[in-house]
Design a binder for this molecule. Sequence first.
Ligand SMILES: [Zn+2]
Length: 318
Amino acid sequence: MKHTDFIQALSTDDLDAIRAAPKTDIHCHAFLSTRLKNLEHWLGFSLTRPPRKMRGLEEMMEYVITVLAPHQKSREGFEFVSTSGINDAIQDGVVGLEMSFDIMMTRFYADGLVGVKAFIEVLVERYRPKINLRPELGFARECADDQEWMELAHEAIELGVFKSIDLYSHQEACPPEAVKSLYAKARAAGMKLKAHVGEFGGAEEVRRTVEVLDLDEVQHGIGAAESVEIMQWLSKNRIQLNVCPTSNVMLGGVEDLAWHPIRILFDNGVPVTINTDDLMIFGQSVSEEYRNLYQASVFSAQELEDIRRSSLTSIGME
Ligand SMILES: [Zn+2]
């Protein structure tokens, strides 16, 4: 597909043509990566929808724990959702997918990391003709003071199956220093280093986390838009922010899509990408995120085309 086609697809609101353009999703959590309707179809019954607006991560986790987790907290549930999420991405024209697999998934396997590795390797191979699946090791901040999870994460790096690492959950749960040795090990193994920070403000914390963990990219990081100095610093150091616009609006980090700070970040030269976060909760594919940003006049079609292409370049696909 020629690049002008994507521009035309946006300006004529041709969703099928938007989907046909190659795209990336580099902020995607496997456990919540497929559409809710696919989980419902698999279960054979419907589930309560997530609220359209939530009070941050607390309310989202309340929904996940009470509505979703009881049905998918098993090896079968985890494997169904991850596989279905990859299929959703392929249907949406995603050709490069950095999907995060939480270290806690090992509890679903009697043989622990051996089973995890086998499952992920099969996924990578099976979908290789259609998508560049780059498995990511996900680590929740709450696990940082748990010796067992920390040791397991160190072992997971040695598997050689994970191409990147990500840290998430409540920023207050642990300072970045608590995972410094884990990140040093991931760096030595040649992995890309990412972490969630600045999802709900806090420009200085974005810079501090990047510095302490030597991050290559930041998941969200939109709080950096509060500081021109920090945006200039991110731009100069080519630190990419993997932004999820609908997630930010639904969790209350951003009031309205039309005023999403991704515009300010972009104008200040910060590399940005557009991603799903949790399709099961936020309901918008990457194509739909592009379309929403265009229709809300956050970006022109040409600017979205530039973001699409630079996202592909960022994972070595263009
Ligand atoms: Zn996320």
